[in-house]
Design a protein around this ligand. Structure first.
Ligand code: ADP
Ligand code: MG
Length: 368
């Protein structure tokens, strides 16, 4: 049963480019693990080392308990799907899908059966006799997927397989990929730069940045408990507000601009233990900022600069003494442009980042 482990795996390219640094990661048997990160962070390099297409500079790659650093790609038995699905233009869809079986000298009857099964799964049965140029982008990508799943490899490796498609097709196909994985239960290494896609195909997401894994968890974990400032900024549909802050050691409060935010005793203790009081950053998502009412003693004064209507809600961007702050406000109670407002920041959903970017305190931890 395939289970893949990366132990301190690094990749350097000639010229000193460190594409992957000290990667530690396990893809469990039958799991679809998603690696999510911005362009250039080392995702494809990682996948190519796993595929055997790129040498490993240092560290160990272990498949089912055996070190496979030097195992040739052909011997690894991994099926790949890339963003640029290379279909054979002169072959019909049927033959494109059948190719891996033909190459392995599978019997003709068995090929017929397998190709038709796969075509049915991917809803392309009607296109089997067409050539790729007569298909839409989404249909072509399905054919590429079909070619990967027509046999039963040890693992599937997918490198931004939906990257080129129009938005609505991406949404459709990512659901398809999840269903396919639930049905086949094959160990899959899936790469994307799109957080919605990551969350749609997988329950476990590894966030990568500058060659390093930053955090592994569900999208909710990444949103609620980001390990560091990078994850907090990268994840989320709206950019997180990041405001300079200072801890007051005396009374255990946090100063954010003109606001003194009272920390719980547990929060104060953890901040003290972290031994960093200066260069702190207070992070709060726009969804956790609201218009303050009379009860809110500690509110941030501001003036409405920009309104971005989004239907039921409007993103209100205000100029405050600590910089621009955005808030998601129900559209029916939105203030006017230029109006003076007071903002309430939900402390129990806030994060405090140290100068080095590490997360000292997630609001959701405050009970602890
Ligand atoms: N063959 C190569 N030679 C030199 N540098 C490379 C090569 N492939 C990738 N890189 C560099 O390694 C880094 C990571 O690239 P890559 O793994 O393709 O990232 P991603 O897939 O996340 O966009 C980038 O800085 C890229 O320019
Ligand atoms: Mg890539």
């Amino acid at each position: 049963m395939p289970r893949v482990e990366f132990h301190n795996v690094s990749k350097s390219y000639p010229g000193g480019i460190r594409a992957v640094i000290d990667l530690g990661l396990t893809v469990e048997d039958g799991e679809l693990l998603c690696v999510l990160g911005p362009s250039g962070c080392g995702k494809s390099s990682t996948l190519r080392m796993l595929a055997g297409l790129e040498s490993i500079t240092s560290g160990d790659l272990v498949l089912d308990g055996a070190r496979i650093n030097d195992l040739p790609a052909q011997a690894r038995d991994m099926a790949m799907v890339f963003e640029n699905y290379a279909l054979y233009p002169h072959l019909r869809v049927f033959d494109n899908i059948a190719m891996p079986l033909v190459a392995r000298r599978v019997q003709r009857g068995e090929i017929q059966k397998r190709v038709h099964e796969v075509a049915e799964t991917l809803h392309i049965t009607d296109h089997l006799m067409k050539r790729p140029r007569h298909l839409s982008g989404g249909e072509r990508q399905r054919v590429a997927l079909g070619r990967a799943i027509v046999r039963t490899p040890k693992m599937f490796l997918m490198d931004e397989p939906l990257g080129h498609l129009e938005a609505y097709l991406r949404v459709e196909l990512r659901a398809e990929i999840r269903r396919l994985h639930e049905r086949l239960g094959a160990t899959t290494f899936y790469i994307t730069h799109d957080q919605e896609e990551a969350a749609a195909v997988s329950d476990r997401i590894a966030v990568m940045h500058q060659g390093r894994i930053q955090q592994i968890g569900s999208l909710l974990d990444l949103l609620d408990r980001p390990a560091n400032r990078f994850v907090a900024e990268f994840i989320g549909s709206l950019p997180i507000n990041l405001l300079a802050a200072t801890a007051n050691e005396g009374d255990g409060s946090l100063q954010v601009g003109p606001m003194m935010l009272p920390l719980s005793p547990a929060q104060a203790t953890r901040l003290r233990a972290a031994r960093s009081h200066t260069g702190l950053t207070f992070g709060i998502r726009p969804e956790d900022v609201a218009l303050a009412d009379q009860e809110h003693a500690a509110a941030l004064p501001g003036r409405v600069a920009v309104l971005e209507p989004q239907g039921d809600n409007t993103v209100v961007i205000a100029d405050t003494p600590v910089g621009r702050v955005s808030a998601v406000i129900p559209s029916r109670s939105v203030p006017a442009q230029g109006e003076r407002i007071r903002l309430h920041l939900a402390l129990d959903h806030a994060h405090i980042f140290a100068a080095d970017g590490s997360n000292l305190l997630s609001g959701v931890d405050r009970k602890g």
